[in-house]
Design a protein around this ligand. Structure first.
Ligand code: C2E
Ligand code: CA
Ligand code: CA
Length: 817
């Protein structure tokens, strides 16, 4: 099964070609713009996060500063408290130990009530520790001078909190000190607290940044978390990062993508404190998710809208084109009647539609003109065969339609044409058309010329009686000779009739059947004939016979029979006539009259004649070899005479057997000569020149004029057997035989009588001076193999018993004929 793409996705279709590339282009543009935007959002987020971290750092610094200041303010309050002032003012009066004790006590109570610091201490103005709330106070007091020094240096601007940071034994402390100025001799109040996660938590509350103090004891070590807002899992994960460098960092914390900034805060000897500020990048990026989603939706919407729009546009273009293609198809199939629809839309398309329409009109006109030509006979201006059958078919298609078709074939037209010339022939045909025309009376009756000398007449709604009436009218009309210039022509014709619907519903078939009837009418010389199914069968049989006949020659089914010709006076075998037979595998021995006429019609006779001539020459050679000198007579037909190669062909066959033209006599029927006297004469002259004996066969049955007989280069006349066989009983025939013998002798020709069936006939012929005889009385045609023995053993019959007197007597008393 093949997958069928919809038209708009099929790149071989116009729609596809318009929609797909545009859509692909748009998709590329949209996707790349989406990618670029996404990347820039990401870059932007990175930047924002970095800025946020920087801001957070400043906030943290500010928070630390605040813590320092808060503590300083607390210490200053403390300094101004009554108890302290009182104590310090009376310091001189107290013992050192008392002072220390009282001060410690006061620091302790104040711290517990108010300050809640890890450590409060008091030093004298020389930074000597006087009292403290915790034992590690000396360590912090020792740092005081440096702190005071840095505080003095500060102008308050930069990072005051920095100097308050102190690293001790891996811990960070915030120390704040104020100078006691209220009471002489003055001193320093000091507060120290381990740096807690307080500011980090505050920062966390103010921003999205989580942070962590990081510490390392040596520059080569990794940072580790000190105080943090991160939970335990996170700090562990962070410690495993093994951070060494300060600056911007990126890393994964669990599933979160983190951005961080590690800022050193203070360095104390080898130890270092830094703060790590962290921002969850994914969370930051998430804020743009809506934007990205909107962007993606817009991209998709754009693609869809564009796809839809370009599809609609492609449809608008391709639909009219498709409709034009359909129109062109219709035109291609020959429908020129439906006008091409005018199309709105693009100018090019409507122009194309207009062009197609004018093309359609042009073709229709030319088609009509061609039809006119195709269905008309140029010579007579009548409808031709195609036009006739089309009209007939149309008439029959009407409800209740029936008709009669007459096909008329002129007799002897070919002869007229050849003798009088083609112009004369054309004129004759036109005159015939003029005579036939008025014989048709109905509005829908049609007269047509089919071809050559054949005309057809259609009687719309005509029946058998009407058809026969028309045939009769034509016959009567033709009785009046036609005057063409100085010539008078006798007209006669064979007419075949077919009737619809009995014989067919189609013009073509009706014509064919009327044509068959016409041929049959001509054959039977019966004037007009109505078609019968037997005629079809006969013509079909002939056709199948032709196939078989071709095969017969190849398969060696033809047989040569020989019938002797003898000298009537000297009782001597002079030769034989070659007569062909067909040994048919089913039908048995087929006589020549069953296939020769048909072979003549189809032109196959040439092949057949060649076979007979070759076989005859072989027979002659055989006779020669057996000491039987003779001449073989071969029958030629009309078609053979028209064959220009015939003389050469025969000569070649003769040469092949070492024979000469003396071996053969060629018989030509009278009618064969009269069919085309000019050409026949040419061939006969050639054959005669080559030395062949020529004989006119069936003499007396045709209408050969004596004028022709005089100039034909023939040597022999063969009186037709119909006269010879009747001679004994019919004085008329006897007279014809006698005068034919005399005529032939006068023209210097020998005479042969065929059909000698009795001794009596022989005697009469011999008495009349007929030279040769051939007939069943002498011998029937026999297979060539029998012939030689027959010839060797033949004795002239004893003729004395037969009385020929009566006929001869009668002839003598009638000497005028
Ligand atoms: P045809 O040329 O007139 O041949 C003589 C015919 O008369 C032969 O008939 C023969 O058998 C017959 N015949 C001979 N003597 C007598 C007789 O005493 N009484 C009667 N009733 N008939 C006799 P066949 O052989 O049947 O041939 C008929 C025709 O067929 C021939 O007439 C000839 O026109 C044609 N034909 C035969 N063989 C050939 C051939 O090889 N080529 C051509 N073109 N035509 C041939
Ligand atoms: Ca013959
Ligand atoms: Ca004959």
């Amino acid at each position: 099964m093949t997958l069928r793409l919809p038209a708009f996705l099929n790149l071989r279709r116009l729609e596809g070609r318009m929609v797909v590339p545009f859509l692909a282009l748009l998709a590329v543009v949209q996707v790349s713009s989406w990618t670029i935007t996404d990347a820039s959002i990401r870059a932007n987020t990175e930047q924002t996060v970095r800025a946020e971290l920087q801001t957070s750092q400043r906030v943290l610094e500010h928070l630390l500063t605040q813590q320092v200041e808060q503590r300083a303010a607390m210490l200053r309050d403390f300094e101004h408290s009554y108890a302290i002032r009182q104590l310090l003012a009376n310091a001189d009066r107290l013992s050192k130990t008392d002072l220390e004790l009282s001060l410690s006590h006061e620091l302790e109570s104040k711290n517990q009530r108010l300050l809640k610091s890890g450590l409060i201490a008091y030093t004298d103005s020389q930074f000597k520790l006087v009292a403290a709330t915790a034992p590690e106070a000396p360590d912090f007091a020792a740092r005081l001078p440096a702190l005071v020094l840095s505080m003095a240096k500060q102008d308050g601007a930069s990072t005051p909190w920095q100097s308050h940071l102190l690293l001790r034994q891996g811990r960070a402390y915030l120390i704040v000190a104020v100078q006691v100025k209220a009471v002489e001799p003055g001193g320093w109040l000091l507060m120290a607290d381990e740096l807690g996660a307080g500011p980090l938590q505050e920062l966390r509350m103010l921003s999205q940044v989580k942070s962590s103090f990081m510490l390392r004891l040596h520059p080569d070590e990794a940072w580790h978390t000190q105080g943090s807002v991160l939970n335990k899992v996170q700090t562990d994960a962070l410690d495993q990062q093994n951070l060494h460098e300060a600056g911007a960092i990126k890393f994964k914390l669990g599933a979160d993508d983190m951005r961080g900034m590690l800022r050193p805060l203070v360095r104390d000897g080898e130890q270092e404190l830094a703060v790590l500020l962290l921002r969850n990048f994914d969370l930051a990026f998430e804020t743009f998710d809506r934007l990205r989603l909107t962007l993606a939706a817009l991209t998709l919407l754009g693609l869809l809208t564009f796809a839809l729009a370009s599809l609609l546009m492609a449809r608008r273009i391709s639909t009219p084109i498709r409709s034009l293609a359909n129109t062109a198809d219709r035109l291609g199939h020959g429908d020129y009647d439906t006008p091409v629809q005018a199309l709105s839309g693009a100018a090019e398309v409507s122009d194309l539609a207009r062009s197609l329409e004018s093309m359609r009109q042009g073709i229709r006109q030319r088609d009509a003109a061609l039809n006119e030509l195709a269905f008309k006979d140029a010579l007579t201006g009548l409808t031709n065969r195609a036009g006739f059958s089309r009209l007939a078919t149309r008439l029959l298609a009407r409800p209740g339609g029936h008709c009669a078709v007459l096909v008329l074939g002129l007799d002897r037209f070919k002869h007229v044409n050849d003798v009088q010339g083609h112009e004369f022939g054309d004129l004759l045909l036109r005159k015939v058309a003029e005579r036939l025309g008025p014989l048709l009376q109905g509005d829908d009756d049609v007269l047509a010329r089919l071809n050559g000398d054949e005309f057809a007449l259609l009687l719309n709604l005509g029946d058998e009686a009407a058809a026969l009436g028309l045939a009769d009218a034509i016959r009567r009309n033709f009785e009046r000779p036609m005057q063409l210039g100085e010539q008078t022509v006798d007209l006669s014709a064979g007419i075949g009739i077919s009737l619809a619907p009995q014989h067919g519903y189609e013009g073509k078939l009706l014509l064919t059947r009327a044509g068959l009837a016409m041929m049959e009418a001509k054959k039977r010389q019966s004037g007009s004939l109505i078609y019968t199914p037997g005629m079809d069968v006969a013509s079909q049989e002939s056709l199948s016979l032709l196939g078989e006949l071709r095969h017969a020659v190849e398969a060696g089914e033809l047989r040569l029979y020989l019938q002797p010709k003898v000298d009537l006076g000297r009782s001597q075998v002079l030769g034989a006539e070659a007569l062909v037979r067909w040994q048919h595998p089913v039908r048995g021995l087929v006589p020549p009259m069953h296939f020769i006429p048909f072979a003549e019609q189809t032109g196959f006779i040439r092949t057949l004649t060649t076979w007979v001539i070759a076989a005859s020459i072989r027979a002659w050679a055989m006779a020669q070899a057996q000491g039987l000198p003779m001449r073989i007579s071969v029958n030629l037909s009309t078609r053979d005479l028209l064959d220009q190669d015939l003389p050469d062909k025969i000569m070649r066959l003769l040469q092949a057997h070492g024979a000469t033209s003396q071996a053969l006599c060629l018989e030509i029927t009278e009618s064969a000569i009269m069919d085309d006297p000019q050409r026949a004469m040419g061939t006969l002259a050639q054959l005669s020149e080559l030395g062949f004996k020529l004989s006119i066969d069936d003499f007396g049955t045709g209408y050969s004029s004596l004028a022709y007989l005089k100039i034909l280069p023939v040597n022999e006349l063969k009186i037709d057997k119909s006269f010879v066989m009747n001679m004994e009983h019919d004085l008329g025939d006897a007279k014809i035989v006698r005068s034919t013998v005399e005529l032939a002798h006068n023209l210097g020709l020998t005479v042969v009588a065929e059909g000698v069936e009795s001794a009596k006939a022989w005697n009469i012929l011999a008495a009349l001076g007929c030279d040769e005889g051939q007939g069943f009385f002498i011998a029937r045609p026999m297979p060539e193999a029998h012939f030689f023995n027959w010839a060797k053993g033949w004795q002239a019959p004893d003729l004395n018993g037969d009385s020929t007197a009566t006929v001869l007597e009668q002839l003598k008393t009638d000497p005028l004929i």
